[in-house]
Ligand binder design. Structure first.
Ligand code: DGI
Ligand code: FE
Ligand code: FE
Length: 396
């Protein structure tokens, strides 16, 4: 028999895994594929309990006659090593051939695995080649492993079927049917995850926030957001501010940027934020307040300091906290910005004196707003003005 083996954290298992297993089975005439959820992973922290991941795989493959599940790794104490798993499987299937299904990334990591030569000697490697992982050097790497260790490596074109477990987890955390998780994950798995509250109580991680943001923001806005994150991170370290909080605030500061005016107003009202006439006439201003609301509503942010930083990132305000100052400043000076000849000077000032930097930014913003056509002059938000009045003493 030719037996496929697919290992993984499966947190959760999704249609991408099932698709790859099926495709490998067809392409290489495998008799069956064994799914092996990892136990304690030494590579990843913070994964769901092995018992639940095992159960989700079991549910997902229930209707596939050629798919099996193995608890070899789940219930093995300590770290999970593939070489040991294969040695175990050889005892059960002494006459059979193994096909170990991996992703492109894993191909580049295998040389660091325990007893990897043993794996190469005892299994053919099937590399599921995903569109988004088009690493130029993969064929070279495969040739190198073949030559040096006698590895048998085959590529499996897995087309564009690309499910992101990160995005799935994030979508499950916000319970958002809008993200078509049904199309990417078997119903039984979604039901199980919801029933056991596997994802809804854990705070969202940076990569999960980013995965969700990419659905709402244009690529240029994502680049800007990452620039703000990088700058804010650097300033937080210099000025001794909580880096994690700063990064979350930076990631989310423009999260509502492309919402319609109506949706922004709704979000503000829902969270009791006042909406002024001036904001209704200049709905662009609303994205900061709506963003603060969305951070709570969708991303589960409960920290009032992060909320404050997002809320005031466009106008600033008198007496900003260091966190709010850093987001306000980073938004203006991140590396992708080039709207003012003074930016390099501001970038230097930010490292030494946040108050002085904010003063300069506010001064320039007011000048810029003032230079807009006449009918827009009135649009200066009173908070921007108050912030300037407060910070202008730092200009000296
Ligand atoms: O969202 P970003 O583009 O990253 O940056 P932002 O949130 O600082 O928004 C920038 C825009 O906000 C910019 O076009 C100037 C405008 N702005 C800042 N303060 C005021 C303002 N617009 C009005 N109408 N009134 C203000 O007081
Ligand atoms: Fe903004
Ligand atoms: Fe911004």
């Amino acid at each position: 028999m030719k037996i496929g083996i697919i290992g993984g954290t499966f947190d959760p298992i999704h249609n991408g895994h099932l698709y790859i297993a099926n495709k490998a089975m067809e392409e290489f005439s495998l008799s069956k594929v064994i799914f092996i959820p990892t136990g304690v992973s030494y590579m990843k922290t913070d994964v769901s309990n092995a018992k639940h991941r095992y159960e989700m795989v079991r549910l997902a493959i229930k209707n596939y006659p050629n798919f099996e599940i193995s608890d070899l790794e789940v219930f093995r104490g300590g770290n999970t090593y593939t070489c040991e798993t294969i040695a175990e499987l050889k005892k059960t299937y002494p006459e059979d051939k193994f096909y170990f299904i991996i992703g492109v990334d894993t191909l580049f990591m295998m040389e660091k695995w325990k007893n990897f030569e043993y794996i190469f000697q005892n299994a053919t490697i099937i590399v599921a080649d995903r569109e988004d992982q088009n690493r130029e050097d993969k064929k070279e790497k495969a040739d190198y492993l073949k030559k040096n260790y006698g590895a048998k490596i085959k590529f499996l074109e897995a087309e564009k079927y690309d499910v992101s477990a990160t995005l799935l987890r994030a979508a499950l955390k916000i319970k958002s049917p809008a993200y078509k998780i049904q199309a990417e994950c078997p119903d039984s798995v979604i039901c199980y995850a919801e029933e056991k509250h596997l994802y809804d109580h854990s705070p969202m991680k940076e990569n999960e926030i980013l995965a969700l943001l990419k659905l709402d923001l244009k690529p240029k806005r994502i680049t800007h957001t990452l620039g703000v994150c990088e700058t804010a991170d650097e300033l937080a370290k210099i000025h001794d501010v909580d880096v994690n909080k700063v990064r979350i605030a930076a990631l989310l500061h423009d999260c509502a940027k492309y919402f319609s005016t109506e949706d922004k107003v709704d979000l503000c009202r829902e969270y009791g934020y006042p909406v002024s006439e001036l904001e209704l006439k200049n709905p662009e201003l609303l994205h900061a307040h709506a963003g603060a609301a969305l951070a709570k509503a969708k991303y589960g942010i409960e920290d009032p300091e992060i909320e404050d930083a997002i809320y005031y990132h466009t106008t600033g305000k008198p007496g900003m906290s260091p966190l709010t100052l850093i987001i306000f400043i980073s938004d203006y000076i991140e590396p992708g910005r080039n709207h003012s000849p003074k930016l390099d000077e501001f970038r230097q000032i930010a490292k030494n004196d946040l108050n002085k930097c904010a003063a300069n930014i506010l001064e320039e913003t007011l000048l810029y707003l003032d230079s807009r056509p006449n009918n827009k002059i009135k649009a200066i938000d009173p908070t921007t003005k108050q912030a300037y009045e407060y910070y202008k003493v730092f200009l000296k």
